[in-house]
Structure formats: C-alpha cells, structure tokens
Design a protein around this ligand. Structure first.
Ligand code: CU
Length: 148
C-alpha cells in the first residue's frame, strides 16, 4: 500500500469515527451544557462551530425536545456592565471557527421539561443558513470539556 493510499484511508477512518457532528464541511465540536437542577431555571448550551467551506454561514435556530424555546444570545460589555442580549443568528465565517462559549455567544434554553444532571445528554437540532440541519448531543458538564 502506498503512503498516499494509507493517508486517505486514515482520513476516512478519522471522519467515520469522529464523535463530533458535521455536515457540508461544517463541524460542531465540544458541545456541552450546564446542569439545571432547579426546575424553571433556564439552561445554557455551548459548542465550537468549525467552517471548512469557502462560504460564510450562520446558525439561525436551535431546538431541543427538552426545551419549549431556545434563544440565541450574546454577552456584551456595555459601560463596564456585562449584558446579555438576544441575536437573530450566530455567524461563522468561511474557513473560520466561532466559539459559542461562556462570556460570549450561547444558547439559552427556556421552559425545560427535564432536569439536566451531570453526565446527561441534551439533544439539540441546529439549523444553519448554508449547511442546513445538524443534530448534536451536548453533554451536561460543569465546565467546557477542554477546560482542565
Ligand atoms: Cu443568555
């Protein structure tokens, strides 16, 4: 087997067994959500969007069977005060990464019909303008999976 064939085979294997969700060159990585132990409290979900395409894209909508409503939010510094506001979409430029993470963009989930305990999985359906629908499962964690 030539080196090149081996290379393509290994890429194929990586793509097949990578647990992150991807569609049309858009990859969602490191998805997680905060625990919600008290009923009625809103939840927050985070992930990293990697756009390997040559086209700008944007997250337009998120839904979950566990939440009546999910809003796209951003945190902004405004006169020394951290404010949270709803945004119509979350952009991810061509060949770029957008981090949906604490202190920045996040998904805010309202009227959860289920407590989110550590270790649980939260199914999320993300709709992008270009890439379409991507289904992910966010792990309930205290902090981002890449944080030590
Ligand atoms: Cu929020």
């Amino acid at each position: 087997m030539t080196i090149i064939v081996k290379f393509f085979l290994s890429v194929f294997v990586v793509l097949c067994f990578n647990p992150s969700a991807f569609a049309e060159g858009l990859t969602i990585m490191d998805s997680w959500a905060r625990p919600v132990i008290i009923e009625g409290r809103p939840g927050a979900a985070y992930f990293i969007i990697k756009n390997d395409t040559g086209m700008d894209d944007k997250l337009l909508k998120a839904t979950s069977p566990y939440a009546a409503r999910i809003e796209l939010h951003v945190h902004k510094h405004d006169g020394g005060v951290m404010k949270m506001m709803q945004v119509p979409s979350i952009p991810v430029a061509a060949h770029a990464i957008t981090s949906v993470s604490p202190g920045g963009y996040h998904l805010m989930m309202f009227d959860l019909n289920k407590k989110l305990a550590l270790g649980d999985e939260l199914p999320l359906t993300l709709t992008f303008e270009q890439a379409g629908v991507i289904n992910i499962s966010a792990k309930i964690l205290k902090k981002a999976p890449f944080q030590k």
